[in-house]
Design a protein around this ligand. Structure first.
Ligand code: ATP
Ligand code: MG
Length: 424
């Protein structure tokens, strides 16, 4: 996203100049939080400020429980593109401000109506009067505004039930706000509102999507990646760094990636003569290591990209036996989702292209011909008991974990830190 990006056609420019601010709406999950509401709004305002930092003239206002973005001549479309990535925003609208006075409202309503895209054969006007001293009531105002627009646009018809365009006017003391569009926001909670978890990040399609969904639900995430260097390549690791940088975009400006050396553990599993159980054993070891890192990082859950039935390790039986390796809650945002829907999100958040690069992951290296789909917990525990020094190897893997801290630029980080202060 760049503030120098120019919009193309004259039409679009006209569209932009029709608006001077954006009205932001919080998610309903946030609004039910009663007393916390103000704090949520403040954190959200901080995140919005951070997302809009590339737009120098834009100002975020937080007044009387409302969040506005003053565009100050920045093209609306560019600002909207940045707002779509802000978690906790349920929707937003480009708005034109008018004096709280009949003629001004009518003229502004007409300008907004004209700037609105799409077919406009029918319309409806909805006026809300927050300021009760305004001399005309809502019914009168509906009529006043609609008749003005109709007079200037003769082919137009009113349709109360199913209009092409709904022209909305919100009259407050000192100003009226006029808009048509309501754009869907990313929803969820502001980043970091719901605590910290560790994301098991492979190089595949699923886990970055699981991470994004976790972040959208307000989790602060750190990623844990297991590599079997030199069996897995440097490029495989780079791929995970690239995916992490993509996820960094949705954070408060900082994203930790823990790179765990898994070669020794994996090799000893391969030598244990339990071919069909190897994936189960690997996954359990991954969870045990992750739990130890979680303790060190004060994280309270593990997020994975598991999706029910996708592969042998993701049958209900496998999930049961694998999940028992940790006491931490395992959050699996994709568990009930179909692959096509997961891919659609991966494309939207920009991880798909990287995920499909063909570098080997540590788990694809040792995949047996017929992995068990229904492992028996007792047999798995027995197999683990036969492996010499498993506990020590697990402790050593934690000790030798390399942590990379990815950061956005300084300016963005500052805004992010303010946001963090408000939570903790
Ligand atoms: P993805 O599920 O991301 O597409 P994948 O299909 O290669 O990757 P699976 O075999 O489906 O991985 O593994 C299920 C989940 O286990 C992953 O979504 C991820 O959360 C975790 N996982 C697998 N391999 C690794 C790894 N090398 N490092 C960290 N986590 C991993
Ligand atoms: Mg998968």
């Amino acid at each position: 996203m760049s503030s120098t990006m120019r919009s193309g056609s004259l039409n679009e420019d006209q569209h932009h100049s029709a608006y001077d601010m954006v009205l932001l709406r919080l998610g309903s999950e946030i609004t039910v939080k009663g007393k916390n509401r103000h704090r949520f709004e403040q954190v959200l305002a901080d995140h919005v400020r951070k997302a809009l930092r590339p737009f120098e003239r834009v100002v975020v206002q937080h007044t009387y429980g409302r969040l506005y973005v003053m565009l100050n001549e920045h093209p609306y479309e560019e600002v909207a593109a940045a707002l779509r990535d802000v978690f906790g925003l349920v929707s937003f609208s480009p708005v034109k401000k008018a004096e709280a006075e009949l003629d001004a409202i009518r003229d502004t309503a007409l300008a907004v109506f004209r700037a609105n895209k799409g077919p406009k054969s029918t319309f409806k006007v909805t006026v809300k009067r927050g300021w009760k001293q305004f001399p005309h009531n809502s019914m009168e105002m509906n009529h006043q505004v609609a008749s003005h627009v109709l007079r200037e646009t003769p082919e137009l018809k009113v349709d109360i039930r199913n209009p092409d365009v709904e022209l909305r006017v919100d009259i407050q003391q000192g100003a009226a706000y006029v808009y048509c569009d309501v754009e869907q926001g990313a929803g969820g909670f502001p980043y970091g509102a719901n605590g910290k978890a560790l994301l098991l990040l492979s190089g595949g399609i699923d886990s970055p999507v699981a991470g994004w969904l976790g972040m959208r639900k307000g989790l602060t995430l750190e990623a844990v990646h297991f590599h079997s260097y030199p069996f897995t390549s440097e490029q495989a690791k780079e791929k995970v760094v690239t995916l992490s940088k993509r996820l960094l975009h949705y954070t408060n400006g900082k994203f930790k990636l823990h790179l765990v050396p898994f070669t020794d553990i994996q090799t000893s599993f391969a030598q244990a003569g339990q071919e069909r159980l190897i994936i189960t054993l690997m996954r359990r070891a991954m969870l045990r290591i992750t739990e130890m890192i979680a303790e060190r990082e004060s994280a309270h859950a593990i997020v994975t990209g598991d999706s029910l039935g996708q592969v042998a390790s993701q049958t209900l039986g496998s999930m049961n036996v694998i999940g028992r390796a940790t006491d931490l809650p395992l959050l699996r945002p994709l568990v009930m989702m179909d692959k096509v829907d997961i891919i659609r999100i991966a494309e939207q958040i920009g991880t798909y292209e990287t995920s499909i690069l063909p570098y080997e992951d540590c788990c694809t290296l040792f995949v047996p011909k017929s992995p068990t789909t229904n492992p028996n917990l007792e047999s798995v525990e027995k197999a683990e008991a036969t492996i010499d020094n498993l506990d020590e190897m697990i402790a050593l893997a934690v000790k030798n974990t390399v942590t990379v801290v990815l950061k956005q630029d300084e300016a963005e980080k500052k805004a992010a830190e303010t946001a963090e202060d408000r939570w903790f």
